[in-house]
Design a protein. Structure first.
Lengths: 155, 164
């Protein structure tokens, strides 16, 4: 599954801010950590501010703070600010009304349902635990977590 | 937090202890399950107790969390049931958790975590290194809980078909 750049930036920013909820971080500081432009990140932070996930602190030393509940806010909450994660309902015409079109829609809806359930089941707090474990274990752990080799079933 | 023997149990803190289920617990299991699921299944739970509380106890684990603080209140705070299964779906032996319930008023107090840790200790003692469970896609609370306990999606896809 591929997420838009804005979605990825938003998740990275929320993870960074939620790591220390009292701390304020500027767009430049967050951008420097992940090597992304402040311009793009500022737009992302503005969207999250409107949604109440982050709050802007004005003045010298200001920046952004995480405003959500890390144990309640999920990846889905962040992602759906930037992605269209609703059910796949393409309407390209007569072809979608055909049995082939409807069957394909069913398959794609299955994928979308699984994606939504996965993103909706991982809170920011859970992500932080995974990040810390990945950082502690290094590359070995992240590869193990990411690669999934199915067990062969003998028929 | 390993349980050493049936007689011994683990005190999570001064208030709660995890131990093997006993016959006297089943009425409380039924009450808790009925309250949570809104479905009364006395016959089911009596059968589960027969199979998981009394048989093959080296690979079947029916654990309960009991309230130590209020001795007059004998209600259970939660329970967890699992067993070691081998070679189903081509899997090497692993521990499966197929039931977990915590008294709704006592959630977010670490009881679910303690139950899961207790059964995972039993699985490890029995020699397995993998624990699995299955959760309905729309069961948000259990999904959030198991994910927060470090569980991730496994290599299987559950498939189904209507028989008509």
């Amino acid at each position: 599954m591929k997420l838009q750049i804005s979605t990825r930036l938003a998740i990275f920013a929320v993870l960074e801010l939620a790591a220390s909820e009292d701390r304020q971080l500027s767009v430049a500081e967050i951008g420097e950590k992940f090597g992304v432009s402040s311009h793009h990140l500022a737009k992302v932070m503005h969207v999250m501010g409107r949604a109440g996930l982050v709050r802007s602190i004005r003045g010298a030393g200001g920046g952004y703070q995480f405003a959500g509940n890390a144990r309640r806010t999920t990846l889905l909450d962040v992602a759906q600010l930037f992605e269209d994660l609703s059910s796949n309902e393409q309407n390209t015409g007569a072809v979608d009304a055909t049995p082939e079109g409807q069957t394909l829609s069913g398959v794609l809806n299955e994928i979308d349902d699984i994606a939504r359930a996965t993103l909706g089941s991982i809170t920011i707090a859970t992500m932080r635990k995974l990040v810390e474990r990945c950082g502690a274990d290094g590359t070995k752990s992240s590869k193990a977590a990411l690669s999934r080799r199915p067990i062969q079933t003998r028929l | 937090m390993a349980m050493q023997t049936d007689a011994e149990a683990t005190e999570i803190n001064a208030a709660v202890r995890v131990r093997r289920v006993q016959a006297a617990d089943i009425s409380h299991v039924i009450t808790l399950d009925t309250r949570v699921t809104k479905l009364a299944k006395a016959e089911y739970w009596n059968d589960v107790f027969r199979r998981y509380g009394k048989q093959r106890r080296h690979e079947r684990f029916f654990l309960v969390a009991e309230n130590l603080m209020d001795r007059a209140d004998s209600r259970l705070l939660g329970f967890i049931i699992g067993e070691i299964r081998a070679w189903e779906f081509g899997s090497t032996p692993c521990g499966w958790v197929f039931a977990l319930s915590v008294e709704p008023r006592m959630r977010l107090h670490g009881i679910g975590s303690a139950l899961l840790e207790a059964i995972s200790d039993e699985f490890k003692k029995a020699g397995v290194s993998k624990m699995r469970t299955m959760v309905a896609r729309d069961a948000r609370l259990p999904l959030l809980f198991f994910r927060s306990e470090g569980m991730i999606a496994g290599p299987y896809i559950q498939l189904e078909k209507d028989l008509d």
